[in-house]
Write a new protein. Structure first.
Length: 397
């Protein structure tokens, strides 16, 4: 086995992808979790040098990702709060994201069994993190009686969204892996689900429910038309339920005891800031995320889409939606592949979660890498490998 052998490099890349995602759950800080990601661009470059890879049928996904990263990194130069350190940080994060997306795509496109490394590694790491967080929560209750996780997950909302993503990955193992790993995943699912419930995050509950629904929907590998029909029915039912809840104040208060957590006020303030700023090109990625309303200051806009529009303008928002749309199209079009079904459930959960939370699209390794960049990498990889490489039998059966 030679170090420069493409197969060997693919395995190294796959290990780094697993380490990057697992680190979100087990390492104490975002900076510490980023260490494996620093090696990914180097490994991907070495892989390309050893045996150049072609994007194949995923050109649309690749072009959309490239345009988004170039555009948002370029926005540092018209940011309202420019700083050289911030500019360097933004460019380095774009390189890390590109390395992760390409790393996930190239490693699993060459050997479908490597997807097992990712799903199994994240499942075990998340289960251990959930058990540790639950132990800490019940021995040292928080002031608001909501589980906040450990390390970089020490925030109930962040913990909820991260465990929601882990729940979907563990569900994928339970549905598709070998018998031994199915049992392991079933036990992990229980621990992760309890931790998710203990966070008390309604956004986490809803995003996880949407992800599970999509995972179960695509598990039977339906046609594209059937997926569209079922999703349409789901959206209609969800809209009706939302309208009913909004009208009935008692139900609204019961389901959302903390109200909207000032979201409407925050969104109104940010929308006005967007209109008054630069609607077409935004205020730049280095613009402060803080939202000031009267005498209160909030850390961020509580919506990734609104934050992306504020920083990148309408152009930036369209690029983000293009990345998501191209990835979804590729995933749905290849629903026979396990990677596509996993990616579809993750990106569905992320699309819902980030409508009501999140703010930093160009970020170090975090939950956004689980529900945005991992599915995008899977979509890209689907176009790089041959159809036979994505058969169910080669994914652990």
């Amino acid at each position: 086995m030679r170090i420069t052998d493409p197969v060997t490099i693919d395995r190294v890349v796959a290990v780094l992808v697993v380490a990057s995602l697992a680190a979100i759950f087990v390492l104490p800080s975002q900076s510490a979790a980023s260490y494996p990601t620093y090696l990914l661009p180097i490994a991907v470059g070495a892989r390309y040098a050893a045996a150049p890879f072609a994007i194949g049928e995923s050109r649309a996904v690749a072009i959309a990702v490239a345009l988004l990263l170039v555009y948002f990194s370029g926005s540092v130069w018209w940011s309202s709060e420019f700083a050289w350190r911030g500019a360097f940080t933004t460019y380095s994060r774009c390189v890390l994201i590109a390395g992760f997306v390409l790393g996930g795509a190239t490693s699993i496109s060459r050997s479908a069994s490597m997807l097992n490394w990712v799903t199994r590694g994240v499942t075990i790491a998340a289960a251990l993190a959930a058990i540790a967080a639950l132990f800490e929560f019940y021995t040292h209750p928080t002031w608001d009686n909501r589980l906040a996780g450990l390390g970089q997950l020490r925030n109930s909302v962040v913990a909820a969204l991260t465990f929601a993503a882990a729940l979907l990955i563990a569900l994928d193992v339970a549905l598709n892996d070998t018998q031994r790993w199915r049992v392991t995943a079933a036990v992990s699912l229980i621990a992760i689900a309890i931790a998710l419930f203990a966070t008390g995050s309604r956004n986490g509950y809803v995003s996880a429910a949407v992800g599970v629904w999509v995972a179960l929907l695509v598990a039977r590998r339906p046609t594209r038309a059937r997926i569209v029909r079922w999703l349409t029915v789901t959206l209609v039912v969800a809209a009706a339920a939302f309208a009913f809840i909004a009208i009935d104040r008692d139900v609204l208060a019961e389901l959302f005891p903390r109200g909207d957590s000032f979201r409407m006020a925050i969104w109104n303030a940010e929308w006005q800031r967007y209109i008054d700023g630069n609607p077409w090109f935004g205020l730049g990625v280095l613009t402060s995320d803080r939202v000031v309303i009267a005498d209160q200051t909030f850390a961020h806009p509580h919506s990734l889409y609104l934050a992306s529009a504020l920083q990148g303008g309408l152009v930036g928002l369209v690029l983000l939606l293009s990345v998501l749309g191209c990835a979804v199209g590729k995933l749905v079009g290849n629903v026979d592949a396990r990677a596509a079904r996993l990616g579809a459930s993750l990106i569905a959960a992320g699309a819902v979660a980030y409508a009501f939370d999140g703010w930093e699209l160009i970020d170090k390794v975090s939950v956004s890498w689980l529900v945005i960049w991992l599915p995008v990498g899977l979509a890209l990889g689907l176009g790089m490998g041959s159809p036979r490489a994505w058969s169910l039998e080669e994914h652990g059966r």
